[in-house]
Design a binder for this molecule. Structure first.
Ligand SMILES: *[C@@H]1O[C@H](CO)[C@@H](O)[C@H](O)[C@H]1NC(C)=O
Length: 215
């Protein structure tokens, strides 16, 4: 009797822990959550200190667009959402940049800073009548930047990381053994093998702040 009770309590504690850690799913991200992770962009004047004023987004704008993206792409596992927000916050310098400035690669952009080959595929998928095959594979700076312009609005720009996960790196989407909630090694694996870019400590710091804020 006593043993049964003890087992019952420990599994209850375990499931409470998992709920607290948000092991399940989430369907929205709030401004308050982003304010905890990225205090710099809190409030209506959250972009006041940004150099690129015109590109900068506050957490309120980001939270609304990210919530739309969660719904549009059906990315609801907490570990996936945390990973994508952390990736975007790092790539855009806390929502300051919407296009690549350093060194200023033509056609590169969105909050996920996708390279032009992905930007053009993404833009074609959203606006098939606005991007020709020639434009999609263009090497012209002017054409590349105008195709990119199609996906720089808040909804599309904050959704680019969600599109990438669910189309380009779809092995990482909905797989219970990958991008697990609270697992930084899974995030690192996604950065290195899903996004094919270099890991650095700052990516981990951003992820930790987002992971701690998203309950
Ligand atoms: C952003 O997406 C939401 C949800 O789909 C939609 O209601 C809203 O109109 C979109 N905003 C713009 C500017 O298109």
């Amino acid at each position: 009797m006593k043993i049964t009770f003890a087992v019952g309590v420990s599994s209850l504690v375990l499931s409470l822990f998992q709920i607290c850690k948000g092991a399940g799913t989430l369907s929205q991200v709030t401004t308050a959550q982003l304010d905890k992770a990225i205090p710099k962009r809190a409030g209506p004047s959250g972009c006041a200190s940004a150099t690129e004023q015109a590109e900068c987004a506050t957490n309120e704008v980001a939270a609304a667009a990210i919530t739309n993206a969660i719904s549009k792409y059906g990315v609801k596992r907490r570990g996936e959402v945390v990973a994508l927000i952390a990736l975007m916050a790092y790539e855009s310098a806390d929502w300051e940049y919407n296009i690549n400035h350093f060194p200023g690669r033509p056609g590169q952009g969105t909050r996920a800073m996708l390279m032009y080959n992905f930007i053009s595929t993404y833009a074609q998928s959203l606006y098939p009548n606005k991007v020709t095959a020639t434009e999609a594979s263009s090497q012209s700076t002017q054409v590349m930047n105008s195709v990119r312009e199609l996906v720089l609005n808040d909804n599309d720009s904050f959704a680019a990381a969600f599109w990438y996960l669910t189309t380009v790196a779809k092995d990482y989407h909905g797989d219970e053994s990958r991008l697990r909630s609270g697992n930084i090694d899974d995030f690192k694996a996604y950065i290195e093998n899903g996004v094919h870019t270099a890991w650095d400590e700052q990516r981990g710091n951003v992820w930790k702040a987002v992971d701690a804020a998203l309950f």
